[in-house]
Design a protein. Structure first.
Length: 318
């Protein structure tokens, strides 16, 4: 499954910024799969690419586009894979403030000479069966895709649809995620709804994926489907970010995890990259504009966030 790699791929060895400029994004994204293959081989681990390349094969994403490569590692080998990557110059990106207060599911690794991240998962939110069971299920249905001259495992068609839908359902108020859910629903119409529902049930995703799956199922069968209820953790993840942070403040989660509340106002620079800040070192004006955009968005969304947080807390205590 993992192609032979005799030597570390380009960029694996630590180098100084003076020696190497960051790779172009499209090149980095493809070559990053070779980095993952190398780490998996060295750690004697199984890895599966989720989203990105898996979605591009189905025409659901542009090829070699995005800010990162998402992979799921068999849970027992997760630490070994991360250790190999750290030895090759990759290091954890400081986590978002609310992510620090959640049970972890992945680590986002960055490298000064690469213009993309590696998001290394041992759990994918929304698949609520035990982590090792989920991995074995996905591995049993894996397919091969080519990247950087060799094969790597990716999720199959149905599993890719479910992972993409669950990712979008975590941010249903964001327009691009709503639009993406519509594209996924159109694609899913070519598939048998019962197969999607059955697979979601096997992965423990039926309740979490219900908003995506239920419209695809005929009404009669939908009424007979035991959808179940998603976990509280999933419900919290699907709140808008500001409401989620308010809930975590009330719960004392930041305090318990040693997260200073000033991070709510001024998170580390590296956490702002996916909000539009340039990946390379930003100028002070760029950084200031990123913080101002974040603050203005928070002020605009505060009334709705307070309402949503209050409803969540009331429902939990009811």
């Amino acid at each position: 499954m993992i192609g032979p790699v005799d030597t570390p791929p380009a960029g694996a060895a630590t180098a100084t910024p003076a020696q190497n400029a960051p790779l172009p994004a499209s090149v980095a994204l493809e070559l990053a799969h070779a980095v993952i293959r190398y780490a998996a081989q060295q750690a004697d681990a199984r890895v599966i690419v989720v989203k990105g390349l898996a979605a591009a094969r189905l025409g659901l994403r542009p090829i070699w586009a995005g800010a990162d490569v998402d992979v799921l590692v068999e849970p027992a080998a997760f630490e070994r894979v991360v250790e190999v990557l750290r030895g090759s110059g990759w290091h954890p990106r400081p986590a978002d403030d609310d992510a620090l207060a959640f049970p972890p599911h992945s680590v986002s690794l960055t490298h000064e000479n690469w213009s993309c991240d590696l998001d290394v998962h041992f759990r994918f939110p929304g698949f609520e069966r035990p982590d090792d069971e989920v991995f074995e299920q996905l591995w049993a249905h894996r397919e091969d895709a080519e990247a950087a001259g060799s094969a790597i495992a990716v999720t199959d068609e149905i599993d890719t649809l479910l992972t993409l839908a669950l990712h979008d359902l975590r941010n249903p108020r964001v327009r691009r995620h709503r639009d993406d859910l519509m594209r996924l629903a159109r694609y899913a119409q070519r598939l048998e709804p019962d197969a999607l529902v059955a697979r979601a049930r096997e992965l423990g995703a039926l309740a979490c994926a219900r908003p995506f799956l239920e419209p695809l199922v005929p009404v009669g069968r939908s009424l007979k489907t035991a959808w179940g209820a998603p976990s509280r953790s999933w419900q919290l993840r699907t709140l808008d970010p500001l409401a989620r942070r308010l809930v975590l403040i009330v719960d004392g989660a930041y305090w318990r995890n040693g997260v200073p509340l000033r991070r709510l106002l001024a998170p580390p620079r590296t956490t702002l990259v996916k909000e539009g800040l340039p990946h390379e070192r930003p100028t002070p004006p760029q950084l200031a504009r990123a913080y101002v955009r974040r603050w203005l968005r928070g002020i605009r969304l505060a009334p709705a966030a307070l309402w949503n947080a209050a409803r969540f807390l009331a429902g939990r205590r009811g």
